[in-house]
Design a protein around this ligand. Structure first.
Ligand code: UN1
Length: 505
């Protein structure tokens, strides 16, 4: 077993074309959560190395910003082709390093391909407005310009897709990218860089250092966060991390996109299609071993359908397959590490102490050696929304609560710190529309009759309150990667002043 993962990793890294010097003989150890074994040791970037990377990125910016946007889109088009060619290997590496099932590993790479397609189209659509001016013989318009160096800080759970949302948009918008991946998943970052390097070679005349990876822990990330030449910091991770990054970037008047914790809920109403709800909840709450920021963590079920839905859900929790994502077809893979396991265990203790009834949640001992952490997902019936229900635990725990009154459940739904994703299961038009209205869900994502996770790239992705307020990926999220200039042009022979001001000299 031990040999096979190390060998498998080595084979995949070689096929992906990654220089061995980047993952051997360094100080950052990388582990596979599949068995817990060490699979690489990477050289790290200290503060001066980060500064040097930003120097190079700043130089690249001066060239790339002048390349026409559709030509920049051509680079991202080629990147999409290279990702298609590398899909199996990169998906496998995601499974090795993040523990995802093969289908979810491949799905993550598909998400990268999708955002590349989106960004290619976008490269011809970076539109500004023409605005009516109050002055005769004048024209007013807005122009979108490249912003500058974009710093990306990403988390272990979507080790490649989140980078691609940022990189694909940043590149077509005219910006170089410096990426600090999670120290738990550095190999997938090296793989993305190698794939992008191939695209850059095919593209031909891009400046050096358009995209760079910096490896390391909080010190490495901090050097990126504090450098005033990094115009935008896009950071994905815990709310705790965001509380550090946000104010530091703001203190130097930098821009940030924060995509932080979620405590996402579903509401099952009396008219819901319960079969569909059960399947959606199962994927939303147990998929990716509960390690998506969009994972469903709370469920409110109406009294009238509770006894029809919840026993079936408990059964699904008991029968879901948990196991090695590389050698089995299990739907649920490992937790990322021991700390995640301990977090889950502590939350379940706290839930019990608060009157919860726990179904599942124990370690699956046969799945792997002691150094890996596989757990049966936990469904916890709670008497009310209290204790650990109010915060995000990054593990497969679903807290289930009864409700009777619709207005009250909306209030409860919104009564947590995070505001990322949400869903309602109903066939009642009024309930559905209220949930989506100003008086409904307060989240950045609100769904009807689908789960909270698995968003497509076409929409803007992100959430409110402690989720940080940032938006990435589709819709007009690109605007955060550009600066807007308002231009007023006088083509008359007079100089009328706005607001009728007179200043004759
Ligand atoms: C994340 O967990 O940080 O909507 C991103 C989803 C995925 C992205 C999740 N498309 O679940």
């Amino acid at each position: 077993m031990t040999d096979s993962i190390a060998t498998d990793t080595q084979d995949v890294l070689t096929r992906l074309g990654i220089d061995r010097a980047l993952y051997t003989g360094g100080t950052l150890a990388s582990f596979s959560p599949v068995t817990g074994e060490q699979i690489a040791t990477l050289p790290e970037h200290d503060g001066p190395a980060v500064t040097a990377a930003i120097d190079r990125a700043a130089a690249a910016f001066r060239i790339w910003r002048n390349v026409p946007a559709p030509r920049r889109g051509e680079l991202v088009r080629v990147l999409g082709e290279e990702l298609r060619a590398a899909k199996d290997d990169l998906g496998r590496l995601v499974s090795i390093e993040a523990g995802k099932s093969p289908s979810e590993g491949a799905g993550e790479v598909q998400e990268m391909i999708d955002i590349c397609d989106f960004a290619v189209g976008l490269s011809r659509q970076l539109y500004g407005l023409t605005i009516a001016t109050e002055r005769p013989g004048h024209r007013m318009m807005e122009t979108w310009h490249p912003l500058g160096v974009v710093g990306v800080i990403s988390a272990f759970n979507f080790p490649v897709a989140v980078w691609s949302w940022n990189a694909a948009l940043a590149l077509v918008c005219g910006n170089p990218v410096v990426w600090k991946p999670s120290e738990k998943t550095p190999l997938t970052a090296l793989a993305c860089q190698a794939i992008l390097d191939r695209a850059l070679t095919r593209f031909g005349d891009a400046p050096d250092a358009l995209s760079q990876v910096i490896i390391g822990g909080p010190g490495t990330g901090g050097a990126l966060v504090d450098d005033p030449r990094v115009a935008l910091v896009s950071a994905t991770g815990s709310t705790r991390m965001g509380r550090q990054v946000g104010p530091r970037v703001a203190a130097r008047f930098g821009r940030s996109i924060l995509e932080l914790g979620g405590n996402n809920a579903g509401i099952v109403c009396p008219s819901a299609d319960l079969d569909m709800a059960l399947r959606a909840i199962a994927f939303g709450a147990m998929g990716t071993a509960g390690q998506r920021c969009t994972t469903m963590r709370r469920l409110f079920v109406h009294d009238s359908v509770y006894d029809q839905l919840v026993p079936g859900l408990i059964k699904a929790y008991g029968s879901v397959t948990v196991g090695n994502p590389l050698t089995t077809q299990a739907l649920v893979g490992p937790l990322i590490d021991r700390q995640a396991f301990e977090g889950m265990r502590d939350a379940l203790h706290a839930a019990k102490a608060a009157g919860g009834t726990v179904h599942g949640g124990s370690r699956v001992p046969d799945a792997a050696p002691d150094t890996a952490y596989y757990v049966q997902p936990a469904l916890v019936e709670m008497p009310c929304q209290t204790g650990p229900v109010l915060t995000e635990t990054f593990a497969p725990i679903l807290y289930v609560m009864r409700y009777g009154d619709f207005d009250d459940v909306i209030d409860q739904h919104n009564a947590v710190g995070a505001g990322l994703s949400s869903s309602i299961f109903t066939t009642d038009l009024r309930e559905s529309e209220i949930f989506l209205s100003a008086a409904g869900s307060d989240c950045g994502i609100a769904n009807v009759n689908i789960g909270t996770s698995g968003a497509e790239i076409g929409g803007a992705f992100g959430g409110e309150k402690e989720t940080g307020g940032g938006r990435e990926s589709g819709s007009d999220a690109w605007k955060a990667y550009m600066r807007r200039a308002t231009n007023t042009i006088n083509y008359s022979r007079d100089l009328p002043l706005a607001q009728g001001v007179v200043f004759d000299i």
